[in-house]
Design a protein around this ligand. Structure first.
Ligand code: NAD
Length: 482
């Protein structure tokens, strides 16, 4: 990053050294019981700031503000809301370097990724949904819909700002108001974003930010005046939220985990496919819900493909998230590192072959090297469970049918990637894969205009595109004119 943005981030953190507030009803306030959580830099373990832990009382205040603000925000009309969303998108662009530094400091992701991918996609999401807001005033079908009301939104730590944008932009465009809870591990970019929302002229109470851990999340989920819960996170917490909201009348969307297959046929462009694997599993340290974490390679090319892959892995640089030349940064915290290391050790004990390039990166901090695991059975947890780290499990197949059968042998269904120079083979395989999105000769292509979401334990509901917009609208009868 430019040194100025790093300095700006440090000054901003310094200004809030006593603790960040909660953003409720257009103002910053301390948590009711004065409770804070430490936010740590995962690359060094050093504290970055103190994050307020919102209590039930704080969540009540935030929901109350959102309830009061909703009718006026809706009444502003699509064009009025679009004006604010465009202003917000421009402010995100203007502060993109600072936001990228904060994201990399807090989450551990390489600055190249937060600066060139995450933050630009955030701005794009707001521009895109500002456009939808304008259409809401004109489109006959959309006019037959009303906002859902007050939305409680809970996001994870892997793409803190991007997941926030995926949630907030469509909700606000449709005339809903929001109480959002970021992950307790990565709240900094959300706090900066709330400042930008204030500057953009978002009316008080339209967006409220309550930081805190799972208890704050539960207070939001349980709140009787919330009309919809939108959750992105682990399958385990998603299941819990589904149970807690059952019978409540709340609308619910869940974006959960994944174990996505990456299928390489023998006629694929192997060098391009190797680069695809790098993006699929080592982008964001593999902490990606749609990471291509299960590699399926056609048997006839497997040895050649594995050796090309190992050569490429040896060139990946693991290191400081703020270093522009780094490919793989730090995991989000030491706990994740321990969990991933334990899963790989257990896999090794169960007989799988583990390959890592020499040199594990920095000695301190939550770093873990790119890892390739072969010689495993389909019942191995490395093949079945979400590792959520830079660990690729690989297996071979002989025929397209076998590839499809292995790819679908999972309780998840978020994404898949198919690599072949034969378009007819690829188009034959795509509809057989049971998941929300399939990429051909590509991976991790996410766009505000494309709906994203899962099958089975990967959740339900869509984010992005027209489908994502309808998750924040409810049908209503138009006026009956005789
Ligand atoms: P997590 O489930 O532990 O936490 C997610 C959020 O839920 C956090 O804000 C957390 O504080 C909150 N939370 C925790 N317990 C809660 C409870 N009982 N009630 C309400 N809220 C609670 O997930 P994580 O570890 O932060 O994120 C990683 C997971 O997110 C992975 O499984 C990943 O696949 C998934 N993810 C999915 C998508 C998608 O679009 N499908 C995108 C990104 C991440």
């Amino acid at each position: 990053p430019a040194p100025e943005s790093q300095k700006e981030a440090e000054a901003w953190l310094q200004r809030h050294a006593a603790g960040f507030g909660l953003f409720v009803d257009g103002a910053w306030c301390a948590p009711a019981d004065g409770g804070y959580l430490d936010s740590l830099n995962p690359a060094s373990g050093a504290p970055l700031g103190r994050i307020a832990r919102a209590t039930v009382q704080d969540v009540d205040k935030a929901v109350d503000a959102a309830v009061r603000a909703q009718p006026e925000w809706q009444a502003l009309g699509g064009h009025g809301r679009a004006r604010v969303l465009y202003a917000l998108a421009r402010l995100v662009q203007r502060h993109s370097r600072l936001l990228a530094v904060l994201e990399s400091l807090d989450n551990g992701k390489p600055i190249r990724e937060s600066r060139d991918i995450d933050v630009p996609l955030v701005a794009r999401h707001f521009y895109h949904h500002a456009g939808w807001a304008q259409l809401l005033d004109q489109d006959a079908e959309l006019a037959q819909h009303a906002p859902v009301g007050v939305c409680g939104q809970i996001v994870p730590w892997n793409f803190p700002l991007l997941m926030l944008a995926w949630k907030i932009a469509p909700a606000l465009a449709c005339g809903n108001t929001v109480v959002l809870k970021p992950s307790e591990l990565t709240s900094l970019s959300a706090l900066k974003f709330a400042e930008l929302a204030e500057q953009a002229g978002l009316p008080a109470g339209v967006l409220n930010l309550v930081t805190g851990d799972g208890q704050t999340g539960e207070a939001l989920v349980d709140h009787p005046q919330i009309d919809k819960i939108a959750f992105t996170g682990s399958t385990a917490v998603g299941r819990r939220i589904r149970e807690r909201t059952a019978g409540s009348g709340k609308a619910l969307t869940l974006e959960l985990g994944g174990k996505s297959p990456f299928i390489v046929f023998d006629d694929a462009d192997l060098d391009a496919a190797v680069e695809g694997v790098v993006d699929a599993i080592w982008f964001n340290q593999g902490e990606v819900c749609c990471a291509g974490s299960r590699l399926l390679v056609q048997e006839s090319i497997a040895e050649d493909f594995y050796s090309r892959l190992r050569r490429r892995m040896a060139t990946l640089r693991v290191g400081s998230p703020l270093d522009k030349s780094v490919d793989v940064g730090a995991l989000v915290d030491a706990r994740q590192r321990q969990r991933i290391a334990a899963m790989v050790s257990a896999g090794r004990e169960a007989g799988c072959t583990v390959w890592q390039a020499d040199g594990e990166g920095p000695e301190t901090g939550a770093f873990y090297p790119p890892t390739l695991c072969t010689d495993l059975g389909t019942d191995n947890p490395l093949w079945q469970d979400e590792v959520f780290g830079p660990v690729l499990a690989a297996m071979t197949f002989r025929t397209p049918d076998e590839a499809v059968q292995l790819a679908n042998n999972t309780r998840y269904g978020l994404a898949a990637s198919v690599w072949s120079e034969s378009i007819s083979l690829a188009l034959d395989i795509v509809p057989q894969l049971q998941c929300g999105v399939v990429w051909v000769n590509a991976t991790n292509m996410l766009d505000a205009a494309a709906p994203f979401g899962g099958y089975r334990e990967s959740g339900f509901g869509r984010e992005g595109g027209r489908e994502g917009l309808f998750e924040y609208l409810t049908p209503r009868l138009g006026p009956c004119v005789a």
